[in-house]
Each structure stands twice: as C-alpha cells, then as structure tokens.
Design a binder for this molecule. Structure first.
Ligand SMILES: [Zn+2]
Length: 188
C-alpha cells in the first residue's frame, strides 16, 4: 500500500526530524552505505556574523555528513551547500556558507543526532566495548573519536547539597561550652 496515495502520507520531518530542514533529492545504496542526497529547504540564509538574510548565491559545494543508521544501513548524507554573499555592505564576512538547522554545524562531519548517540555510548562504556556497540548500531567510530567526545561532553550538574555538616569542634571545646562537639545545620 502506498502511504502517500492512501491519504496517510507520513511527513519526513516526523520520521526523521533532523532532516526536516532539507529536501531529499535521492537515496542511493552503494558499498553497504545508504547515501541520502539532500539540499537545504530554505531559499535564503542568515549571515553568522551580522545576521543579515541573503538570497544571493555565490556558489555551491558538496558536504558529507555521517548520520545515524536507517534500517541497518550506515547512512551518509551528501548535502549540497550554498555559499551566499552577505547582504550587509559593512559586514566583515563577504560570503558565508549556509547551515541547515538540526542537521549541520560548522566544520562538523557528522549530524548532531549522530554526535549525541556516539557521545552517550562513549560516556556510558569504556574501551573496546564502546567501539563494539557503536559498530553494531551502524555508527562505527574510532576509539580516538569516542574519547574526544567524552572529553568534550559537559560535566553533569552537581546536585545541590541538602544537608551541610558544620565542624564546631573548635568553638565547642571552649570551657564555657558544654554542648556536644558536633552540630548539624539543615539548609533547604
Ligand atoms: Zn554579514
């Protein structure tokens, strides 16, 4: 049954939300990889330096992004990226490359979604176990890459203390004080 013809068409953005800002122009399976050919959906892009929106295209180039596995296939996104002229005459950036929200980061070679998956694996496991799990999930990564992700991961927020212990032994040892040498203070 064709989902599109039966009136139950599934939006790509629902299945693959990180690709919602892209137009999928084709899918090719080759050498065990699933290549997704895509381009940005928006006609314009904002300059990262001054924020001016531009639609004047300077040129195009290809970019490869590793992504999470689909249907057991390793996925590589071949994204056609446009370089725009900045619309602001006084801007320090004469041209800039577009970014697709949720899909690309500057100089990144993997999607933020894949980066998050690998970071979680790297933080949870150690050594060969993390490399093996990443490989079996269809997102292989070298030990060096996984280690870098651990190092770049933000430290978990330390929980606020509920009870503080206060050492009053110096004060309470004074001859005028007869109460126990330790006291506890509760903070909310
Ligand atoms: Zn600019």
């Amino acid at each position: 049954m064709c989902l599109s013809c039966s009136g139950t068409a599934v939006e790509l953005g629902v299945l693959l939300p990180h690709l919602a800002g892209a137009v999928i122009e084709g899918v090719v399976v080759a050498a065990g990889l699933l290549f997704v050919l895509a381009r940005a959906q928006a006609d314009t892009a904002a300059c990262p330096a001054c924020g001016a929106v531009s639609g004047r295209v300077h040129g195009r180039y290809g970019r490869r992004l590793a992504d999470v596995a689909i249907g057991g296939y390793r996925v590589m996104i071949r994204l056609t990226v446009r370089r725009f002229f900045c619309a602001c005459a006084g801007c320090q950036r004469r041209t800039f490359a577009e970014q697709v929200p949720g899909l690309t980061v500057r100089y990144g070679r993997k999607t933020p979604l894949l980066g998050g998956v690998l970071r979680d694996i790297a933080v949870a496991l150690a050594g060969r176990a993390r490399s093996r799990l990443a490989g079996s999930l269809g997102v292989p990564a070298s030990r060096q890459v996984l280690l870098r992700l651990v190092m770049a991961a933000p430290d978990p927020a330390a929980p606020a203390p509920r009870v503080l212990g206060v050492d009053l032994s110096g004060v309470l040892s004074h001859p005028s004080v007869t109460s126990p040498a330790w006291a506890r203070t509760t903070v909310s």
